[in-house]
Design a protein around this ligand. Structure first.
Ligand code: GTP
Ligand code: MG
Length: 398
């Protein structure tokens, strides 16, 4: 875990990889695995994601080796309440992207399940179709008992798929709480599925998911109440605009009501503008969330959805939002990693000093006090930071 303290310091990554493998026998197989993945070996990709999911020793050097090969995939998060049709829709989307000649990776993230490697979500996806299409890589991942670790694992798995060369990465997760919101935040574009007449709205609001949706998909548009759900969503998005969420008033999400009008998937000619050709100008600064109706089971509205998704991508690219969002995510990731690793250092230090119970006993017996103890434990870390700082810039802390 701590064997890569210098892994990001040199300008020459290949040289680092070499020195990594010199240092530890474990790293050589890692490098071979990475090379196989980069060469297009699906089994290597699967094994890398398993290591990432399980946080197996060595996964960090794998991810850092892959990192420079990533950064091109369009990452789309699909969330919504249980049974909203996420898997069915993801499957349709994957097929539609394949039809357009793009390669696709799918990660179904199940925050509640302790199981992994093809648990419920993944199996359900696989059942839906696409079996045999080796260009769609499916994988499910679970929390594995690490609270908050799931979004980090998802980020790393996206890096693996991206480095593998997938053009599009779809992330499916149930929109149930903060963990899931964190997972879906790893995507560039977030599609929120809402089913007609389910009262989902309240749940979504609670989970803070309304705020992160770029596209709202009223799926199961063949069922009663779709029109009302669209109206409710529009109302809510208006309110979101009103609360200064940065969404301009006036024109907002267009409704591609292919299902409503019994039209085929390409009901794009008139009225409902799905965004790509929007000339209103107000989207140059901020994206106005769009509402799309779909019937995932028969594919109605999928083309409209695809168009909105690519319009959002285009918006991100032209507005600089893509780069800004990536920087924000990396900033958060760096902080998270540092906090976790520092936390681990602290835990090690506590153990080295006899464990937390022993430390607490000493405080209770008035042998020491919490401030002194904390200072004692942190001093070596603080000194190390100071040392490395003055190595680099001797004047600063002179
Ligand atoms: N009528 C109708 N049924 C649909 C539609 N889309 C999906 N379903 C059905 O809804 C059920 C749930 O679909 P899934 O795709 O498994 O939903 P999900 O959101 O992935 O479910 P979880 O992963 O369990 O949260 C299945 O029986 C689908 O066939 C649709 O557009 N119309
Ligand atoms: Mg599902």
């Amino acid at each position: 875990m701590t064997d890569r303290s210098d892994a990001d310091s040199g300008p020459d990554r290949d040289a680092e990889v070499a020195s990594d493998s010199d240092r530890s026998d474990e790293d050589s197989p890692s490098r071979e695995l990475v090379e196989s993945l980069l060469a297009g070996d699906q089994r290597a990709l699967a094994r890398v994601i398993t290591r990432i999911e399980n946080r197996t020793a060595g996964y960090r050097s794998i991810v850092s080796m892959l990192h420079r090969h990533a950064g091109d995939a369009a990452v789309i998060g699909i969330t919504g309440s249980p049974g909203a049709g996420k898997s069915t829709l993801v499957d349709r989307l994957a097929r539609a992207y394949r039809d357009r000649g793009l390669t696709v990776g799918v990660i179904a993230v199940d925050p509640s399940s302790p199981y992994s490697g093809g648990a419920v979500l993944g199996d359900r996806i696989r059942m839906a179709s696409n079996v045999g299409d080796m260009d769609v890589f499916f994988r499910s991942m679970s929390a594995r008992g690490q609270l908050g670790g799931l979004s980090a694992a998802t980020t790393d798995a996206i890096t693996a798929l991206d480095a593998f060369g997938k053009d599009v990465v779809l992330i499916e997760t149930v929109g149930a709480g903060q963990n899931e919101v964190d997972v879906v935040r790893t995507a560039d574009t977030v599609a929120v599925l809402v089913q007609p007449g389910s009262g989902d709205d309240v749940q979504l609001l609670k989970a803070g998911i309304l705020e992160i949706g770029d596209v709202f998909v009223v799926n199961k548009a063949d069922m009663d109440g779709a029109t009302r759900t669209v109206a409710e969503l529009e109302e809510m998005l208006h309110r979101r605009e009103g609360t200064g969420a940065g969404v301009p008033t006036g024109h907002h999400g267009a409704v591609a009501s292919a299902a409503e009008h019994g039209g085929s998937a390409d009901s794009n000619g008139e009225g409902p503008d799905t965004g790509a050709a929007d000339e209103s100008g107000d989207r140059s600064a901020e994206w106005s969330p769009e509402i799309v109706e779909t019937i995932a089971t028969d594919g109605t509205g999928i083309d409209d959805l695809l168009e909105v998704l690519s319009a959002h991508r285009e918006h991100l690219e032209t507005s600089g939002g893509l780069s800004a969002a990536a920087r924000r995510r990396y900033a958060a990731e760096i902080r998270t990693l540092l906090r976790n690793d520092l936390g681990e250092l602290v835990e090690t230090e506590i153990e080295r000093r006899g464990g937390i119970d022993e430390l607490a006993r000493r405080v209770r017996d008035r042998e020491t006090d919490p401030y002194t103890l904390t200072e004692e434990i942190l001093a070596p870390i603080r000194d190390a930071v100071r040392d490395s700082d003055s190595d680099r810039d001797p004047d600063r802390h002179a």
